[in-house]
Each structure stands twice: as C-alpha cells, then as structure tokens.
Design a protein around this ligand. Structure first.
Ligand SMILES: NC(=O)C1=CN([C@@H]2O[C@H](COP(=O)(O)OP(=O)(O)OC[C@H]3O[C@@H](n4cnc5c(N)ncnc54)[C@H](OP(=O)(O)O)[C@@H]3O)[C@@H](O)[C@H]2O)C=CC1
Ligand SMILES: CC(C)(CO)C(=O)C(=O)O
Length: 306
C-alpha cells in the first residue's frame, strides 16, 4: 500500500490530500500534527469543496513506517518546526515534495534529510482558498518538478512522476527546475504581494489597470536580479504569468492575500525579502520590493505577528 504523509493541511495541502483520496482511495494518508492542531483535525476533519475528509492524524513521536511520499505544505515561517516533526516519516526511499513558494525550502529539507529525495517542486495554477468553511479551489493546477542539477531525471524524480500519475495530480517534469523555482518566485513577487497589499482577488489583475502595473513593476525587479544570478527570466515570462492569472477564479485570493485578510504573518521575507537581499548582493536597485518589504513588516507589527 502506498503511504503519503502530509504536513500542513491548509489550502494547498488539503486540496492535494483530497485529490489523492479521490483518485487512489487505497492510499494510506497520514497527516502529521501536534496538539492542539491534531485534536482539532481529528474532531473537525477538513472540508474540501464541500466534502468532509477525516484523514488519520499522527503525532511526530508516533512510530510509523517511512512514507513513500511526504507532501510539505506549511508556510515558510513554519517550515523549520515542520522539518523537525516529519523525521519519523523519512526513509531512504521517501520522496519529499515541497509545495512551498520561495526558492529555499528544498535546500532546507535536503540538508535535514540527505537520505531522502527532495526534487525542486512548485505548484502552479492552483487557486486554493482556506476560510472558516474549509478549503475550496476551482483548479488544482499542476506540480512542476525536477532535479537541482538539470540532466537525466534522477530516481527520486521518476518516483514522484509515478506517484503523481497514480494520484491523477497534473504534473510536468521540468528540464531546468532551478529556473522553474525562480519563475514561480516571479509570479509570487508580483501576484501575491500586490494582491495582499490591496487585499484584492485575482479578478483585479485579470484586466489592464494600476494593480496589474504595480504587479509588473515588482516582477521586473525579479527579472533583473535573476539575470544577474544567471537565471534566464525575461519580459516574456511576465506576459506568461498574466495569462496564468487569467485562468484563476476571479473571486479567489492568493495565499498571501488570504494571510493579509486574516491578519496572519505573510511570506514577504521569501518574496520581497529575497529580491531586496539579492539586489544588494548584485548592486541592483529594487525600490518596489523594498517598499513592499517595509509595508508588510509594518503590517506585521500592526497585527502583532512580527
Ligand atoms: N494557496 C495557494 O493557492 C498556494 C500556496 N502555495 C504555497 O504553499 C504553502 C502553503 O500555503 P497555503 O496552503 O496557502 O497555507 P495555509 O496557511 O492555508 O496552510 C498552512 C497549514 O499548515 C499548517 N501548519 C503550520 N505549521 C504546522 C506544523 N508544524 N505541523 C502541521 N501543520 C502545520 C497550518 O495549520 P493551522 O491552520 O492550524 O495553523 C495550516 O493549516 C505556502 O508556501 C504558499 O506560498 C503555493 C501555491 C499555491
Ligand atoms: C500562483 C498563486 C498565486 C496561486 O497558485 C500562488 O502561488 C499562491 O497563491 O501562493
């Protein structure tokens, strides 16, 4: 029996868990959580697109067989804690698939678990939203993944391909996964940050106007920094993003806008924080991201989540 452990049963984690449960009902799914989150998940389950799922919840210290696949779907500021909590689920055959945005989570996971395979992965085109009624999404998008060093797909990448095929999760093997991570960063630096600043759904970005212009200004700084680092992003990638945003539910929100609306800590450190730091390293001005970073640091202070 295939075993899948999931840490982070929020918008994106629950969407993928539900997909696996529907497509491959014999899969043993285990949700890793500590109290009081574990008790809440046992009592309330999780509702995805109106259907309630009661996945088995295991605490980190409970002995378990290593998982075939671990899906990591926490926010980046919870990653260090989550890494410590999934230790019992990792074996030499385990593939760890991080769906986090940002460009560092796989490095952090493979440093902690060198015995496992940790392909570079991104979740593209999903529009999952989590609120008091549970999680809903109109499209699960696809997972794009590949090796840190481009070449023939490694054993881990091939295993992830097989697992996602079994789970009927749309996916694609990237021939240049480091670029794919940067491409996703480009999307998030624009869409997530500006939608969070404006507390606006995808609809506002689906036609020309000041919101889209601000998004593109933030993205141009990513292109400049990426190119200084040797990553080949261009204006064409920004045009492609605008096309992707056009496919998402107009009244759904990016993950960072959901955090802003709920006054939760955002992932600004992973987005503007990365662009500003690398801009300083390469001598490139990043004024738009600098303002975004300061704005969200101020919001964090205001919300008491700094
Ligand atoms: N939403 C989206 O459409 C997309 C999101 N992403 C990325 O995916 C990642 C997750 O985003 P998203 O799903 O939106 O985030 P959510 O905030 O909706 O979900 C995160 C979940 O992680 C749980 N969690 C936090 N720490 C732990 C822990 N130590 N153990 C177990 N569970 C934990 C939280 O539980 P609790 O609520 O109890 O605190 C919450 O349910 C982010 O990096 C985001 O940028 C990527 C693509 C699309
Ligand atoms: C691309 C986008 C905006 C939705 O898939 C995302 O990654 C997020 O909401 O974090």
């Amino acid at each position: 029996m295939t075993t899948v452990s999931i840490i982070g049963l929020g918008a994106i984690g629950a969407a993928h868990a539900a997909r696996i449960a529907e497509a491959a009902p014999l899969t043993q799914i285990r949700v890793i959580a500590t109290e009081p989150r574990a008790e809440r998940l046992r009592a309330e389950g999780v509702t995805v697109n109106g259907i309630r799922y009661d996945f088995p919840v295991v605490e980190p210290a409970e002995p378990v067989e290593p998982a075939d696949l671990i899906i990591v779907a926490v926010k980046h500021h919870d990653l260090a804690e989550a890494i410590g909590q999934l230790a019992g689920h990792v074996g030499p055959q385990t593939v760890i698939c991080s769906l986090l945005n940002g460009i560092t989570s796989e490095e952090e996971l493979s440093a902690a678990y060198p015995q496992a395979s940790v392909p570079l992965a991104v979740s593209v085109g999903i529009d999952a939203v989590r609120d008091a009624d549970g999680v809903r999404f109109t499209t699960v998008g696809r997972i794009e993944f590949g090796d840190a060093v481009p070449g023939e797909p490694s054993e881990g990448v091939r295993r992830l391909d097989e697992l996602l095929t079994t789970f009927e999760i749309p996916h694609r093997i990237s021939s240049d996964a480091p670029r794919t991570l940067w491409w996703k960063l480009l999307l998030n630096v624009g869409a997530n940050q500006v939608s969070a600043l404006l507390e606006a759904p995808y609809g506002l970005f689906q036609s020309d106007g000041p919101a889209r212009d601000l998004m593109v200004s933030a993205q141009r700084e990513v292109v400049a920094v990426a190119r200084a680092r040797g990553v080949n992003l261009s204006e064409d990638d920004i045009d492609q993003m605008i096309g992707i945003i056009g496919t998402l539910g107009p009244s759904n929100y990016t993950s960072m806008a959901q955090d802003a609306l709920a006054h939760r800590r955002t992932e600004v450190d992973q987005f503007a924080g990365t662009v500003v730091a690398l801009g300083e390293q390469y001598g490139i001005d990043t004024p738009v991201n600098r303002v975004l970073l300061q704005a969200f640091e101020a919001k964090h202070q205001l919300w008491g989540v700094a």
